[in-house]
Design a protein around this ligand. Structure first.
Ligand SMILES: Cc1ncc(C[n+]2csc(CCOP(=O)(O)OP(=O)(O)O)c2C)c(N)n1
Length: 360
């Protein structure tokens, strides 16, 4: 009897696991959308590198090439009214969240039609429409903001979730520990996602952290935690879905470590590879390009063919060229814009009036 019960249990678990796996894969149309989303990020950033070399993009510029399954997988799980907050490596996530390539490129070019009015640049993409709360330049500085967003959601009785992306170096900053402690203590609906691409600028994780399975840091804050492969978009979806569901329904935060790799240098100041990692290591990781992995699995399943892929690529390249042309034609912000959006008097009874006065 006991054996039968355990057999049934095992079968039920296997069925449930399969159902979960299927849900993360979606149908063919959905998988094509995932591929489209990742390829758009890749082609967009290839043009960013070109624009940077031509001097059309100034300041800091950190590319996301190689990490696209993390943004696409994660954001494909969210609802439009959920919140997203991230670091300076934000172009891919902005596009995956649905911001237009035109408005992102215009921001990178420092133009008026950019998402942040051309005053934020590469590291400070922000979009109220999609609840995309930045783009932040200070390592770890945005993690307490995510905790605050989680608090606000719970305080207002909502069922949204806040996703907080960060690099692995963030786990050694004080702000990370303060913010995760509060989220664990107060049970806030935040999913903290560490995109572990193995290097903080030129410093390998093993040279900077006392533990190497960094999702374990969640134990200190009584937080559910997990690790997954960030090159497989379905694995990302599976892990994030579970965490988002828990945040939405139980108001429990999660710390997820998603293991990935950046194919380019830290930023455009070391655009190629750097001396801190070997060519052989880079080549090994290039074999697990998330776009190639998804494309190959879909081709093997007969869901797409070379002609379909070529058409997709052609369409995306046109879309990115259109974004470039749009950005190039957009004017620079007027000089008066320097004084706008600097301070808002939130203590006033009439916040809207004070905002209008500030920008008058
Ligand atoms: C408080 C602070 N210290 C240092 C820097 C300089 N800095 C910019 S990026 C970076 C490395 C961050 O690495 P990681 O968090 O792993 O993210 P990745 O760049 O790999 O995405 C450092 C040290 C900074 N921006 N803020």
């Amino acid at each position: 009897m006991a054996k039968k019960k355990s057999d049934n249990g095992a079968t039920a678990t296997a069925v449930a696991e399969n159902q979960k796996a299927d849900a993360s894969r979606g149908d063919v149309e959905f998988r094509r959308e995932l591929l489209r989303s990742m390829l758009l990020q890749r082609r967009f950033e290839e043009r960013c590198a070109e624009a940077y070399a031509l001097g059309k993009i100034g300041g800091f510029c950190h590319l996301y090439v190689g990490q696209e399954a993390v943004s696409t997988g994660t954001l494909s799980v969210l609802r439009p009214d959920d919140y997203v907050i991230t670091t300076y490596r934000d172009h891919g996530q902005a596009l995956a969240r649905g911001m237009s390539p035109r408005s992102v490129m215009a921001e990178l070019f420092g133009r008026k039609d950019g998402v942040s009015g051309g005053k934020g640049g590469s590291m400070h993409l922000f979009d109220k429409e999609t609840n995309f709360l930045g783009g932040h330049g200070i390592v770890g500085g945005h993690v307490p903001i995510a905790t605050g967003v989680g608090f606000a959601i719970k305080y207002r009785g909502g069922d949204q979730v806040c996703i907080c992306f960060m690099g692995e170096s963030v786990v050694n900053t004080g702000a990370f520990h303060e913010a995760l402690n509060m989220a664990g203590l107060w049970k806030l609906p935040v999913v903290y996602i560490i995109e572990n691409n193995r290097y903080g600028m030129g410093t390998a994780l093993e040279r900077a952290s006392a533990i190497h399975d960094i999702y374990e840091r969640g134990a200190a804050y009584n937080m559910p935690r997990a690790q997954c492969d960030g090159q497989d978009v379905f694995e990302v979806r599976r892990a994030v879905s579970e965490a988002v569901e828990r945040a939405r329904t139980e108001k429990v935060p999660t710390l997820l470590e998603i293991r990935t790799y950046r194919f380019m240098g830290h930023s455009m100041s070391d655009a190629v590879s750097g001396t801190y990692r070997s060519k052989a290591e880079l080549e090994e990781h290039l074999k697990r390009d998330p776009i190639i992995l998804l494309r190959s699995s879909m081709q093997e399943a007969g869901e797409i063919d070379d002609a379909w892929m070529a058409k997709l690529d052609e369409d995306i390249k046109k879309e990115v060229q259109d974004a470039w042309d749009f950005a190039d034609q957009s004017p620079e912000p007027p000089l008066e814009a320097l004084w706008q959006d600097v301070l808002v008097d939130t203590t006033s009874d009439d916040v809207e009036a004070s905002k209008a006065a500030a920008s008058a």
